[in-house]
Design a binder for this molecule. Structure first.
Ligand code: HEM
Length: 217
């Protein structure tokens, strides 16, 4: 029997997402290694200490540029609406009751929590890029006053810390809500998943011609 599957991400969007993830993991590993000697061993992931120092800024820039692609593709679905505030008010229930929680019936493609994470990712990446350029020894640091570089180093570390927290929440939610990972791996979600977690998006998909039935593999 064929089960209803809804297309959530196309191949380009998925490739873009996983390219961002690859850059994030390598930039985070090399960045942590530069941050504290106890994390020096992480340099092994990028080819040793010299490579960690050379590659870290380029990995960060690659992540930013690749994320821009996702930003423009998903920004309109992540605009804050009043129903997101309602979702946020019921977020406690989602955590404590799991699948039994009574969710608002007007959640669109993304819920309030996902939108917060999206804007958190965006702002952290902007801060990381802007501050990172200011103390990039190989190119710009020599023409930046040392006081400004120090502030930039501090803000860079704070933004990285917040980004990692957002990342943990994002991955936890992706694994915790059964069926979500499938969206970013195969591109589709089940009709039941959409109806339960994103009822407004589900209705839109069913009303429009966008709903496609593909065989469940
Ligand atoms: C191992 C790490 C990661 C996993 C397993 C993962 C998983 C996922 C999944 C399953 C979705 C689909 C959610 C849905 O459609 O409801 C998604 C969406 C998304 N992910 Fe990730 N992700 C990871 C890392 C990242 C990183 C590092 C970033 C950016 C810094 C990122 C940015 C996004 C964005 C922007 C979306 C679109 C949804 C939105 O706008 O809220 N992800 N991810």
């Amino acid at each position: 029997m064929k089960k209803l599957q809804l297309q959530r991400y196309n191949a380009g969007q998925r490739s873009n997402h996983w390219a961002v993830v690859t850059c994030f993991v390598l930039a985070a590993a090399s960045g942590f290694a530069l941050f504290h000697p106890a994390l020096f061993w992480l340099t092994a992931l990028v080819g040793g200490p010299q490579w960690a120092r050379i590659l870290h800024p380029y990995l960060g820039i690659a992540m930013f540029v690749l994320f821009l692609g996702m930003f423009f593709m998903f920004v309109s679905a992540n605009r804050w609406r009043k129903e997101d505030s309602e979702w946020l008010a019921s977020a406690g229930d989602v955590v404590s009751k799991g699948n039994q929680a009574q969710l608002p019936q007007n959640v669109g493609k993304y819920n309030g929590g996902q939108k917060i994470v999206f804007w958190l990712f965006t702002s952290c990446l902007v801060v990381l890029l802007a501050t990172g350029l200011l103390f990039w020894q190989a190119w710009f640091a020599s023409s930046v006053p040392i006081g400004l570089q120090r502030v930039a180093v501090l803000l860079h570390a704070v933004a990285a810390f917040v980004l990692v927290l957002g990342f943990i929440v994002h991955v936890y939610a992706a694994l915790w809500v059964k069926g979500t990972l499938h969206a970013m791996v195969r591109g589709t979600v089940s009709g039941g998943w959409a109806k339960h977690h994103h009822p407004q998006w589900y209705r839109e998909q069913m009303q429009g011609q966008a709903a496609t039935k593909v065989p469940r593999k």
